[in-house]
Design a protein around this ligand. Structure first.
Ligand code: NI
Length: 433
C-alpha cells in the first residue's frame, strides 16, 4: 500500500524539532519520505491520501508489558491485596480460560489498543498461538512469549513448547510478530530453571521477558530463601548475558541498579499497575540517570484497568514528580520517548520502529488536536502527555496498513469483538461462581 499524509505536524521523536505542515510518504510497509511539504519523491502517486490538517503524527505507541487477554477480567476483581487478588480471583478464573477465550480477549485488547494509538505490544500469557492469531487478524505488531512457571509440574514441557512457538512464529506476519521466552518471575522460576531458559534463548537467538522486583514481599521472600535480591539471584543464573526485558523493577537497591546497567537490561515501567496494586514507586529517575533503557507498559487490564498508553505516559511523569517532590523530573518529552523510541529499544526493535524516519516501518498515529481539551497549543509533546486521551487517536497505520481511519476501525468487526468477548467474560465469571 502507498500512502501520503500531507499538511500534518510531525513529531519524529528522534530529537529533532517538530515539522510543521509537513508530509509523510509510505510505500509498502516503510516510510520513504518524512519532512517539509514537497519532500515526497516527484511523481509519487499514493493509493491513499490523508489530509493531516489539524493532526499531529507520532510514531505508534509501544506497550512493553501486558497480558492482553486479561481484558476479559476488566473490573472483575478490584481493590484487593495482591496475593488475595491472585489466589482467590485471578488464578481460579484463568484456569477456566479456553483457547478461544484467549483469542477473543486478545482481540478486545487489540481493538482497544488500536483505538488509543498503540501499534506494538509485548505480551506474556498462555495459548500464545491464539494471541499470534489475534495479532495477525488485527494487523498489529507484537512481541510474544508464553509465561513459564518453573515450579509448575509442566515447567519443562512449557519451555519445550516455547521452543516450537519461537521457531514457528518469530518473524511471522510479515515480521510483525517476534517472540521471546517468558520466565514469569524469579519466585516462580528457580535458578536451575532460569539457566535452562537462558540456554534455550541463546540457541533460539531470542530475548527474555520476565517480571522482576515487583513487590516488597518478593524482596523479603528472595532474601529469606537465597540471601540476596531478585536482581542478584537472576544475575547468578547468567540470564542477563542475553537481552532481557524486565517488567516492574519497583524495589531495587543501588547495587541492583549497577547490575542492570552493567548488563544493559531493559526495564518496563508500569506506573498504573504499580499504583493500583499498591506495589510501590519504581526508581525511574535513577534508572534513566544510569543510562538504562526504560519503556512503558500497562500490565494486564485486571490491574490497570485499561490499555491506554497516553494515561500511562501521564502517570509515569506524575508519579516521579510527586515522589521526588520535584516538577522538573521526567518531563513530557521524556515520557513520550519512553512510550515510543525507548519502548522500541526495550523490545530490541529499534531498527524497525520507534521513530518516524525514512527506512523505518510505517507505524504511525495521527492525533486529532482539534478538541476543546487540546486548545490552545504551545507544546505538542506536553499536550500528548498531559492533556490528550488515547481516544484522540484518529488514524492508525501499522506496517503500512491503515488499521483505523477517521475513528473507523477498518480491520475488525468492532461490534462482534465486543459482543463475543462480553459473552465469554460472563461465562467465565459464572463458571467460577
Ligand atoms: Ni505483568
Amino acid at each position: 500500500m502507498s500512502i501520503l499524509v500531507r499538511d500534518v505536524d510531525i513529531l519524529q521523536v528522534n530529537g529533532t524539532p517538530m515539522i510543521r505542515s509537513g508530509e509523510i510518504a509510505v510505500e509498502n510497509n516503510q516510510i520513504t519520505a518524512v519532512g517539509p511539504a514537497g519532500c515526497a519523491p516527484k511523481g509519487f502517486k499514493p493509493q491513499i491520501e490523508i489530509n493531516g490538517k489539524g493532526l499531529v503524527a507520532t510514531p505508534g505507541l509501544i506497550n512493553c508489558h501486558t497480558h492482553a487477554a486479561m481484558s476479559l477480567f476488566r473490573g472483575y476483581a478490584d481493590d484487593l491485596p495482591l496475593m488475595e487478588w491472585l489466589n482467590n480471583k485471578i488464578w481460579p478464573i484463568e484456569e477456566k480460560l479456553t483457547e478461544e477465550d484467549i483469542y477473543w480477549g486478545t482481540m478486545l485488547a487489540c481493538l482497544e489498543m488500536i483505538r488509543s494509538g498503540t501499534t506494538t505490544f509485548a505480551d506474556m500469557y498462555f495459548h500464545m498461538n491464539q494471541v499470534a492469531r489475534a495479532v495477525g487478524d488485527a494487523g498489529m505488531r507484537a512481541s510474544l512469549c508464553r509465561g513459564l512457571i518453573g515450579v509448575a509440574p509442566n515447567g519443562e514441557e512449557a519451555l519445550t513448547w516455547s521452543h516450537g512457538f519461537a521457531r514457528e512464529f518469530h518473524g511471522s506476519a510479515n515480521g510483525r510478530i517476534t517472540v521471546m521466552l517468558g520466565p514469569h518471575a524469579p519466585y516462580t522460576c528457580p535458578p536451575d530453571y532460569l539457566r535452562l531458559v537462558r540456554d534455550a534463548a541463546v540457541e533460539l537467538g531470542v530475548g527474555v521477558h520476565i517480571h522482576l522486583a515487583e513487590t516488597r514481599s518478593e524482596i523479603t521472600q528472595t532474601a529469606e530463601e537465597h540471601g540476596c535480591t531478585p536482581v542478584q539471584l537472576v544475575e547468578q543464573t547468567g540470564l542477563f548475558e542475553i537481552p532481557v526485558l524486565a517488567a516492574h523493577c519497583v524495589h531495587l537497591s543501588d547495587e541492583d541498579i549497577s547490575i542492570l546497567t552493567r548488563y544493559g537490561v531493559r526495564v518496563v515501567h508500569n506506573p498504573q499497575s504499580n499504583m493500583k496494586l499498591g506495589s510501590g514507586t519504581a526508581p525511574v529517575v535513577k534508572l534513566l540517570a544510569a543510562g538504562i533503557t526504560v519503556g512503558l507498559g500497562t500490565d494486564g487490564v485486571a490491574s490497570n484497568n485499561d490499555l491506554d498508553m497516553v494515561e500511562e505516559m501521564r502517570s509515569a511523569a506524575f508519579l516521579q514528580k510527586v515522589t521526588h517532590e520535584d516538577p522538573t523530573v521526567l518531563p513530557a518529552e521524556q515520557a513520550l520517548s519512553m512510550a515510543t523510541v525507548n519502548g522500541a529499544r526495550a523490545l530490541g526493535l529499534e531498527d524497525g520502529i520507534g521513530t518516524l524516519e525514512v527506512g523505518k516501518k510505517a507505524d504511525i498515529v495521527l492525533w486529532d488536536m482539534h478538541k476543546p481539551h487540546l486548545h490552545p497549543m504551545y507544546d505538542v509533546a506536553a499536550h500528548l502527555v498531559y492533556s490528550a486521551h488515547g481516544s484522540d487517536a484518529r488514524t492508525v497505520i501499522v506496517d503500512g496498513r491503515v488499521l483505523m481511519r477517521d475513528y473507523e476501525v477498518l480491520v475488525l468487526d468492532e461490534e462482534a469483538v465486543m459482543a463475543e468477548s462480553e459473552r465469554r467474560a460472563r461465562r467465565l465469571v459464572a463458571e467460577v461462581g
